[in-house]
Design a binder for this molecule. Structure first.
Ligand SMILES: [Zn+2]
Length: 57
């Protein structure tokens, strides 16, 4: 069966992208970009998440 990356370590995709939020360089993503959606760096992604629905840990 193909369940190697089901619950283990996440696969990271290497590349050269630019953050659509702050323009920072992105060299690693936890998902494979489709080339259409805007990409955000960790800081911008976190800011977006906090902006929409604040979570408390
Ligand atoms: Zn950014």
């Amino acid at each position: 069966m193909d369940n190697q990356n089901f619950a283990g370590d996440r696969k990271m995709y290497q590349g050269n992208w630019t953050c659509s939020g702050c323009g920072a360089a992105i060299t690693e993503l936890p998902f494979e970009p489709d080339g259409e959606r805007p990409l955000f760096c960790r800081d911008c992604h976190r800011a977006k998440m906090q902006d929409r629905r604040p979570r408390q840990f």
